[in-house]
Design a protein around this ligand. Structure first.
Ligand SMILES: [Zn+2]
Ligand SMILES: [Zn+2]
Length: 156
């Protein structure tokens, strides 16, 4: 989406932009990031000598995949934006293509490890059951190694 800057030609002027922006789902280093609904964009744009300064925020609902249980979950985010776009980088100083700035800021805000919840139990390593939805019948051997020694001792 382009933001019209033709009313911002004079240095020192600023304007507020509040818009809903539609951004397609993203893929970033093999991770799929769905964007649920539109993104809410609130920006102040200042015309400085050599650049346009963008200050504000975006609000979006991302749909991420949990790295433990592999289920998708919604992650509502509010991301602060602070960018400087050099006029020399703009082909046309009367309009600003905002999509790249939004996408970059979303990607930068992503957690390194996506978790549907801090307490996500993940998948059973044996049968693959999602343990958040209920226990499976697999016996997972997670005896403390020190207790295991004791157990061995009594079994002799
Ligand atoms: Zn999970
Ligand atoms: Zn299992």
């Amino acid at each position: 989406m382009y933001i019209n800057l033709s009313d911002l030609r004079e240095i020192g002027l600023k304007k507020s932009v509040s818009k809903e922006v539609e951004i397609h789902d993203l893929e970033f280093v093999g991770r799929e990031i769905e964007i649920n609904d539109v993104i809410r964009l609130d920006l102040e744009i200042y015309n400085t000598q050599d650049s346009f300064l963008l200050e504000g925020s975006i609000e979006a609902v991302l749909v991420l995949t949990c790295s433990r249980c592999l289920e998708k979950y919604k992650d509502p985010v509010k991301i602060d934006i602070s960018e400087e776009v050099l006029k020399s980088d703009l082909e046309d100083q009367d309009e600003l293509f905002i999509d790249e700035i939004i996408v970059d800021n979303i990607i930068l805000s992503l957690p390194i490890k996506t978790l549907c919840s801090e307490t996500c139990k993940g998948l059973c390593p044996i049968c693959g059951q999602n343990l958040n939805k209920g226990d499976c019948d697999c016996e997972i051997d997670n005896i403390d190694p020190r207790l295991q020694k004791l157990k061995d001792f009594y079994e002799k």
